[in-house]
Design a protein around this ligand. Structure first.
Ligand code: RTP
Ligand code: MG
Length: 139
């Protein structure tokens, strides 16, 4: 059964390049409601823990360094069919392959510095949202 929530992070490249406002606007206009949000910087340790599922992938070290290189915005989003619809809104991992008008097409720099994260399943959306937010912080 699919739930109506997903989890996102606006990544350090997009925050540093001044795209936070435009990306939040894109998300809201895409029909998503923000039910929790915070602006924070990840330590290497925290970024490493969040991306533990990718530990064996060749880009893990690079990914952890990048995600701890500057502040990010983390948020829980609500919409029908949230996980799938949000992955459509952000576009393919590699911005060169992302459909026109998607967030990665508009704001990402490269496959590593690709502007935004979106959970890939309902199960991971719950795990990832709980990683950042306590029950008190969810609207
Ligand atoms: P995300 O988790 O950030 O939403 O991205 P995704 O599902 O589209 O991609 P995933 O396979 O989960 O990879 C996580 C992030 O690792 C970086 N990556 N770098 N250098 C590379 O070949 C490479 N491949 C992936 C990207 O930042 C990707 O978003
Ligand atoms: Mg992923």
């Amino acid at each position: 059964m699919s739930t109506n929530k997903t989890f996102t992070m606006i990544k350090p490249d997009a925050v540093a390049n001044g795209h936070t406002g435009a990306i939040l606007d894109h998300i809201i206009k895409g029909g998503f409601k923000i039910i929790a949000m915070k602006y924070l910087a990840l330590s290497k340790e925290t970024a490493g823990k969040f991306y533990e599922v990718h530990k064996e992938r060749p880009f893990y070290g690079e990914l952890v360094d990048f995600m701890s290189s500057g502040p990010i915005v983390a948020a829980i989003l609500e919409k029908d069919n949230a996980v799938e619809d949000f992955r459509k809104l952000i576009g393919a991992t590699d911005p060169a392959k992302a459909d026109k008008g998607t967030i990665r097409n508009l704001y990402a720099e490269s496959i590593g510095a690709n502007a935004i994260h979106g959970s890939d399943s309902d199960e991971n959306a719950k795990i990832e949202g709980d990683f950042y937010f306590s029950a008190l912080e969810k609207f």
